[in-house]
Design a protein around this ligand. Structure first.
Ligand SMILES: Nc1ncnc2c1ncn2[C@@H]1O[C@H](COP(=O)(O)OP(=O)(O)OP(=O)(O)O)[C@@H](O)[C@H]1O
Length: 553
């Protein structure tokens, strides 16, 4: 607003902040610059001289990378100079920052980082040696026509498992390999939203700014798009429901991965890298059994343990030098090796608020694209005219008739809940869990056809569990309070499929429920693409990833 007579302009809050001039950070060889940037603020980093990498992916010279909501490290093998400057704050929908914060706090470090420092001591040489050892196995696999290394990464929360997965993947792709990366951590999505178990063959570089990169999109993208295979697991921990939901989904994923390896020589030689959630490594009941299930299903040949002596000793006792479960193990005498690795001093504990912001940011990115103006993106995007590009997506809002969809919900008690709707007696034979009917006769589909003899349970080794034991319940009317602001996964199976098949189905995409009109049985949803929502079984992410507020106004 202009003040009459004085020709002065009332300063806005943003103009109070005068960004400091860019600062240069010089790194000697073998050191790294660790930095933390809050959500809602951005920091720009440019490589001026030398070579540098972020979790195994090399930075391009003179390219400006923009980071937000990031805790990471830029490492140099030979020495480098970085230029660090403050970027703009990111306006977020409804004025709310992720995690419900109102506005962002700029840190006092260089470029507005919340924390930043240079570290001389890093475990990067150890990690690189692991990569070279895996490369040797890959070369042998190629020469002998065998499977490449199947690596399982274990360790407590925030020990650096995902960072090591990125480093090993980055180095493998740089060496021209195409490793299959598997994310078994539902708390953080890989190329998808949280609450998913995903796998993809990494043929090209990882996105430096976005971590694993965002979900596949049809618009211009700075790095080649990766198409993951996604399964929905709407619970926080693999141990929820005593692992009875996680295990079959993970087995299904493992089957897809081994199928891909059987068909694709490049993937077979490069092998698999499996990232796991920290909860499996913290001595909880059922965790060792779950680890055993993973080791067996993925025919793991190398177990890497970060930051836990206790787990290392247990794993050595259980697996070291034991034959792998691969079909060819007996012939080739392939044995499992268990290796202990140092935890990086840079690993930061991410508190619940940060993790919530991270989840919300992943979901927001899925529907709305990347809101951070990125010069790295613009250099490669089609719209070369602008100096900074946002990859903006426009989700389609639609009103759906709830009754014409089959929405399913997992009703299980999670570790941190005392009581829930879960009542095992509910899942006895003859109750209402069969899809498509509130009170069907056991073995009868809604259309009257019998499930007996369809081979669903007998032919499919992954559907051994009787459908009545699966805590998957059809939601018959839209719950006004709890359905709003949550995700629905669109599976690949028709609405009236049996519960085991719905559980084991991969996911084609997600809907965000913006509004619920329980009286009229209508819901308003956001969909990533336009057109009619396909008639498929939908699975509700009620507990996980749970409620995401402020995605739409
Ligand atoms: N060397 C480092 N310097 C700075 N930050 C780091 C470093 N290594 C890891 N981090 C950060 O520490 C945090 C935890 O690391 P990471 O996600 O790899 O751990 P994790 O074991 O996979 O955790 P979780 O079990 O919760 O998934 C991340 O934000 C990561 O970016």
């Amino acid at each position: 607003m202009s003040l009459p007579g004085l020709d002065l302009t009332e300063p806005s809050t943003e103009t109070y902040y005068a960004p400091p001039p860019p600062t240069q950070v010089s790194l000697s060889k073998g050191s790294e610059w660790r930095f933390e940037v809050a959500f809602g603020t951005t920091v720009r980093v440019k490589l001026l001289a030398g070579t540098a990498e972020l979790f195994g992916t090399e930075l391009a010279a003179s390219q400006t990378y923009t980071f937000s909501g990031t805790k990471a490290a830029i490492y140099t093998w030979h020495g480098c100079t970085l230029e660090v400057s403050a970027g703009e704050t990111i306006p977020l929908p409804n004025g709310f920052g992720p995690g419900g914060t109102n506005g962002a706090t700029r840190g006092l470090g260089t470029g507005g980082c919340q924390s930043e420092y240079t570290a001389e001591e890093t475990p990067m040489v150890e990690y690189a040696n692991v990569h070279f050892a895996l490369e040797t196995v890959r070369q042998d696999a190629k020469a002998a026509g065998k499977d490449g290394p199947r690596v399982l990464i274990l360790g407590p929360e925030d020990a650096g498992k995902s960072s090591l997965t990125k480093i090993l993947t980055g180095y493998a792709t740089k060496a021209g390999r195409q490793p299959i990366v598997v994310n078994l951590d539902p708390t953080e999505g890989m190329l998808s939203v949280p609450g998913t178990l995903t796998t993809t063959a990494f043929r090209s570089m990882i996105d430096v700014e976005e971590g694993w990169g965002s979900s596949p999109m049809s618009g211009p993208s700075p790095v080649p798009v990766k198409l993951p295979l996604v399964y929905f697991y709407p619970m926080q921990s693999p141990l929820d429901a005593d692992g009875s939901v996680f295990k079959p989904i993970m087995s299904r994923l493992a089957l897809s991965v081994t199928g891909r390896m059987a068909e694709d020589d490049d993937a077979r030689e490069a092998g698999i890298i499996v990232d796991t959630p920290g909860v499996l490594s913290q001595g909880k009941a059922g965790a060792l059994e779950m680890i055993h299930h993973i080791v067996t299903e993925f025919c793991i040949s190398t177990i890497l343990i970060i930051g836990s002596e206790r787990l290392f000793s247990t794993m050595v006792k259980n697996y070291d030098n034991k034959p792998t479960s691969s079909a060819s193990a007996a012939a080739s005498d392939e044995r499992i090796s268990v290796v202990k690795l140092s935890k990086s001093g840079g690993c930061v504990d991410r508190d619940a608020a940060f993790m919530k912001s991270l989840r919300e940011s992943q979901i927001r990115t899925y529907f709305f694209g990347i809101s951070i103006p990125s010069t790295a993106s613009s250099a490669l995007s089609l719209s070369a005219s602008s100096s900074a590009t946002k990859i903006t997506l426009s989700p389609h809002a639609q009103q759906l008739d709830f009754d014409s969809f089959a929405v399913y919900n997992y009703v299980v008690a999670t570790a941190d809940e005392e009581e829930d709707e879960y009542d095992p007696s509910q899942f006895g034979a003859g109750d209402s869990l069969l899809p498509g009917d509130a009170d069907p006769t056991p073995g009868q589909q809604e259309d009257g056809s019998s499930t007996a003899g369809t081979g669903l349970l007998s032919n499919n080794q992954l559907s051994l569990t009787h459908s009545s034991e699966i805590p998957l319940k059809r939601v018959t009317s839209p719950p006004q309070q709890t359905l709003s602001n949550t995700l629905l996964a669109i599976t690949h199976v028709p609405p009236n499929t049996s519960p085991p098949d719905i559980r084991d189905a991969s996911v084609m995409g997600f809907l965000y429920v913006a509004d619920v009109d329980a009286d009229r049985s209508k819901i308003r949803v956001l969909a990533p693409i336009g057109g009619r929502t396909p008639a498929r079984a939908l699975v509700w992410g009620r507990k996980w990833p749970g409620e995401v507020i402020g995605l739409v106004g």
